[in-house]
Design a protein around this ligand. Structure first.
Ligand SMILES: C[S@@+](CC[C@H](N)C(=O)[O-])C[C@H]1O[C@@H](n2cnc3c(N)ncnc32)[C@H](O)[C@@H]1O
Length: 369
């Protein structure tokens, strides 16, 4: 494989442009938003850096090969020509996953088996269903694209959050929503229904300049060409700052407050976050300058009863309108009727985003009067 290749940042569907903006801000050359993700080009250091520093992707894939495959024998032959030794290690087990769409090769199981055999026989690597290294084969319109999953466990798992409650927001989604709300790390954030604390913790990490991948391992550590010293130096290059702003989370559930507090401690941002048990109707703005209220209240399909939820959203809207002049609001829900029940002056929304089997929308206000 050459020194530069196509790298694909898998995005939460609907948030591709926001992820492209994050990649651009973090110095990745020419990110291009396409359906399902963002394309960039680079070598292995860019693959490591994308996993380490980007908050928005679900995972990072590396394009290894692309060729036409009209039938299985051709797939077999062309898969054997791939320079597997330049990307995989003979001593690391490999798993192959295939999908077929609108193609003459329609049997994903057969495609998996052909590529697995090609890797086994040309490289000598063991094929195992439990392998950390995953080769993804996509056959679409007879075009076969082979990629490597450089990430392993999905990137929303930052590595410090065993304690989750009901319906947690994925960290990568939370980070992209914070970005869409214009959060840049300098203003306070309040989440009045914080659950496990995802929004305040992501916000505090962003403000502190911490790399999201600092505490976890990645599949690329088991690939050919991984340079542990160079990666350690990259990790050590984070420019940490002591945030001026503070990040607040409230929840009426004592267990949620305990989880959020522990999660923030584990993430190393406990000193910048404050969590307390409080119902939304008792919410007051913290002292100091205004900032961003961001909240992901319960929605009917997953937890709670829709009628009761109308009064919760109503109470939230009333509290914010009465007490949070100067603040902006971001609210994530799958239920537009509930968002409107807040009575908040919503700006036009962007298309919804898939999350946990539902479509959620970020509702935003300008600065409240
Ligand atoms: C969908 S969860 C939030 C998940 C959170 N974003 C996370 O990532 O873990 C909604 C939270 O709202 C809390 N909640 C529901 N009604 C509330 C109320 N009236 N006041 C404060 N919190 C409330 C629930 O206890 C629950 O933790």
């Amino acid at each position: 494989m050459s020194d530069m290749f196509d790298i694909f940042l898998v995005a939460p569907p609907g948030l591709e442009p926001v992820l492209a903006e994050e990649a651009r801000d973090k110095g990745f050359a020419d990110p291009r938003a396409v359906q399902g993700g963002v394309e960039i080009k680079g070598g292995w250091p860019e693959v490591w850096r994308a996993n380490l520093v980007l908050r928005g992707p679900a995972r990072v894939l590396v394009r290894v090969a692309e060729f036409r495959a009209m039938h299985l024998a051709q797939l077999d032959k062309r898969a054997r020509k791939v320079d597997w030794a330049s990307v995989l290690r003979a001593d690391s087990p490999v798993k192959v996953e295939a999908t077929c769409r609108k193609s003459k090769i329609y049997h994903a199981g057969a495609a998996t088996q052909r590529v697995s055999t090609a890797i086994k026989e040309t490289l000598g690597a063991e094929i195992s269903d439990t392998a950390e290294v995953v080769v993804k084969v996509r056959i679409d319109d007879d075009l076969c694209t082979i990629s490597l999953d450089a990430t392993g466990e999905a990137l929303h798992k930052r590595g410090h959050k065993p304690a989750v409650g009901k319906a947690p927001m994925r960290e990568n989604l939370a980070a992209l929503f914070l970005r869409q709300c214009g959060f840049d790390g300098t203003e306070p954030v309040v989440d009045p229904m914080c659950g496990s604390g995802t929004f305040p913790i992501e916000a505090a990490e962003i403000a502190a300049g911490l790399y999201p991948g600092r505490s976890r391992g990645f599949a690329f550590e088991g690939l050919a060409g991984f340079d542990a010293d160079a990666f350690a130096a990259m990790k050590a290059g984070a420019r940490l700052v002591a945030p001026q702003a503070r990040f607040y989370g409230f929840d009426r559930d004592a267990g949620a407050v305990k989880n959020a507090t522990e999660n923030a401690e584990r993430a190393g941002v406990g000193g910048y976050c404050q969590f307390a048990r409080q119902a939304v109707s008792d919410l007051e703005p913290p002292e100091g300058p205004p900032g961003l209220v961001i909240v992901n209240p319960p929605y009917g399909e997953r937890i709670g009863n829709r009628k009761l939820l109308f009064s919760v959203y109503g109470a939230l809207g009333k509290t914010l309108l009465e007490r949070f002049s100067g603040w902006r609001v971001g609210l994530v829900t799958s239920d537009g009727g509930l968002a409107k029940a807040t009575g908040l002056p919503w700006l036009p929304t962007e298309p919804p985003v898939a999350h946990g089997g539902l479509k959620v929308t970020l509702w935003r206000t300008g600065v409240l009067g």
